[in-house]
Design a protein around this ligand. Structure first.
Ligand code: FES
Length: 153
């Protein structure tokens, strides 16, 4: 490998459009790797720039660092994601986004029940009632609607 194939942390950060501290953080999190010089300075292979691009894109999908780490580690030999790898990862994350949108829509619907209510009742509030026992009987504030099936108190 030519010495010029290795980037200092400042060079890599500038190419990635990030602060050097972000690269140090990604490395600490096991998302990217850096070699060390004899003086213990980081040197990044150019391929790490593509990995950083994938990490940033995945973060814009709303993925946690754990999820991103898991996806990157699932690639054979922990390789830098190829164009095809990125297509596969992005399409799997699309399904994740759909699930999160559905969950947020459910949350929005529950919030609709709370607007103008203020009860914060463990029995009847869908947002406060994490177990949501009343959800089995339909959407919204079931007990406020007069449905007392399953109500214990
Ligand atoms: S505050 Fe949530 S249903 Fe009353």
């Amino acid at each position: 490998m030519e010495p010029t194939d290795l980037l200092t942390i400042g060079e890599a950060a500038a190419r990635a459009g990030l602060a050097p501290s972000a690269l140090r953080f990604y490395e600490e999190q096991g998302l990217i790797q850096a070699e060390r010089t004899s003086g213990n300075q980081r040197r990044f292979r150019r391929a790490e720039l593509r990995r950083i691009a994938v990490i940033r894109a995945a973060q814009s999908f709303g993925l946690s660092l754990d999820e991103i780490r898991g996806a990157l580690n699932s690639l054979p030999d922990r390789r830098t994601p190829t164009r095809r790898d990125w297509e596969v990862l992005a399409s799997s994350w699309r399904a994740l986004i759909d699930e999160r949108i559905a969950a947020l829509e459910r949350l929005r619907d529950e919030a609709d029940s709370c607007i103008g209510c203020g009860c914060l009742s463990l029995q009847s509030c869908g947002l406060y009632n994490a177990g949501d026992r009343a959800a089995a009987y339909g959407h919204g504030a079931r007990y406020l609607y007069g449905d007392d099936r399953g109500k214990t108190g």
